[in-house]
Design a binder for this molecule. Structure first.
Ligand SMILES: [Zn+2]
Length: 75
């Protein structure tokens, strides 16, 4: 699913959401369904990279990436 940026005209908040093509999300701040899709400002690739990087850092911190060198970890 693509990541879209939306703007809520009711509370002037912007948010990003993974949505399927026929779906329109509601504003997470005020619950309004009148949100507008921000087509001009999509930069999902950079965003997804940042998310992936953060996830990887978190996984590394928690030791999930210990496919090698795990014998050196004894708790
Ligand atoms: Zn809103």
């Amino acid at each position: 699913m693509p990541l879209y940026t939306y703007h809520c005209p009711d509370c002037d908040k912007e948010f990003e959401q993974l949505v399927s093509a026929s779906d329109t999300p509601a504003c997470p701040a005020c619950g309004s369904a009148r949100v507008e899709q921000m087509v001009s400002r999509i930069a999902p690739e950079a965003k997804l990279k940042a998310v992936a990087k953060a996830w990887r850092a978190q996984a590394t911190k928690e030791g999930h990436t210990s496919n090698f060198g795990s014998s050196e970890r004894k708790g």
